[in-house]
Design a protein around this ligand. Structure first.
Ligand code: M3P
Ligand code: FE
Length: 310
């Protein structure tokens, strides 16, 4: 399938309460690769198999949560066109100059109806995964074995009001499609949308929630279920607070763990899922079976998962 327009999740800027504690966690427990620090004190990270300069930025602040989530688009012409399309749809945009984030080109920022800030950008320095582009080794023990060591930042799940309007914006203007959705208990409204701009089961998901702009989780992809269980060992060895221990989701069929960084930002380590084609019909979950959508082993509607956000 051709991939044009919005290509993929590119970066998330996360607020942390104690920078030193967060640095230890992101470097050594989650095991991201640190790629830079800027003049404002922000630290930059990537998963070991990512090729762009960074995908996770952390910033010290007095409350946890997410500042913005960025998507890489095909090229500068696409960026300019998508900005025009957003404006024509009635969404105001702001240009953030190139270099404001290290090694990143100009960004187009907008606020979605759920209150979250999103950015589109076309350029970020390609730093590679350390194995080069000629006869590469499959993995590098320095980066792929240190901590949980996800291959990439994969997607996020965000909580806020008006998810139907977000779904319209992302599908009508940004080229996303709904892959799965969850009905509310009333059987009429939608409680969650899982949407893709690619071959993945989801690149972003939204859950209806009264407070705007909230982060439910940033998800990191691992290569296998064994790696998810290895992540569980590392989580236990470091006494990381856990929300849901290893299980499978019914929704999108990933195998997963949910836990919290030291500031209370939930993260997910997952693998699996499936690769939907663009012509596939979306999958619907009714609320009475949603426990199995969330945790397919127990069918349990984990209260903490449904209510705790940062
Ligand atoms: C994921 C995922 C829910 C399922 C969430 C699924 C809200 O986070 O990565 O597949 O039930
Ligand atoms: Fe997820």
């Amino acid at each position: 399938m051709a991939m044009t327009g919005v290509l993929r999740p590119g970066h998330a800027q996360i607020r942390v309460l104690d920078l030193e504690e967060a640095l230890h966690f992101y470097r050594n427990v989650l095991g991201l690769v640190e790629t830079g620090k800027d003049a404002t004190g922000r630290h930059y990270f990537k998963g070991w198999d990512e090729r762009d300069h960074h995908s996770v930025i952390i910033r010290q602040a007095d409350r946890a949560g997410i500042d913005f989530f960025g998507f890489r688009v095909l090229d500068v012409a696409t960026l300019n066109q998508l900005e025009k399309d957003l404006n024509a749809y009635g969404v105001k945009t702001e240009r953030i100059p190139a270099g404001e984030l290290l090694e990143t080109g100009e960004r187009v920022r907008f606020q979605a109806p759920t209150g979250h800030f999103f950015e589109l950008y076309a350029e970020k320095t390609h730093v590679g995964n350390g194995s080069g582009l000629v006869n590469p080794a499959p993995w590098n023990p320095k980066t792929a074995e240190h901590g949980i060591a996800p291959i990439r930042m994969d997607h996020c799940l965000l909580y806020g009001p008006n998810i139907q309007a977000n779904k319209d914006l992302f599908t009508k203007v940004l080229g996303f499609r709904v892959v799965e959705y969850v009905m509310a208990p009333d059987g009429e409204h939608t409680a969650a949308f899982f949407m893709s701009c690619s071959h993945k089961a989801h690149d972003i998901a939204f859950v209806e929630h009264p407070e705007p702009g909230k982060l439910h989780h940033i998800s990191y992809r691992l290569e296998s279920w064994e790696r998810v269980l290895r992540a569980a060992d590392i989580i236990g060895m470091n006494k990381v607070p856990v929300d849901i221990s290893p299980t499978r989701h019914g929704v999108t069929r990933g195998t997963t763990i949910y836990a919290w960084d030291p500031s209370g930002n939930r993260f997910e380590t997952f693998c699996g899922s499936y690769e939907p084609y663009p012509d596939w019909e979306p999958i619907k979950w009714t609320f009475d079976e949603f426990g199995y959508g969330l945790d397919h082993t127990t069918g349990k509607l984990h209260e903490s998962f449904l209510t705790i956000v940062s």
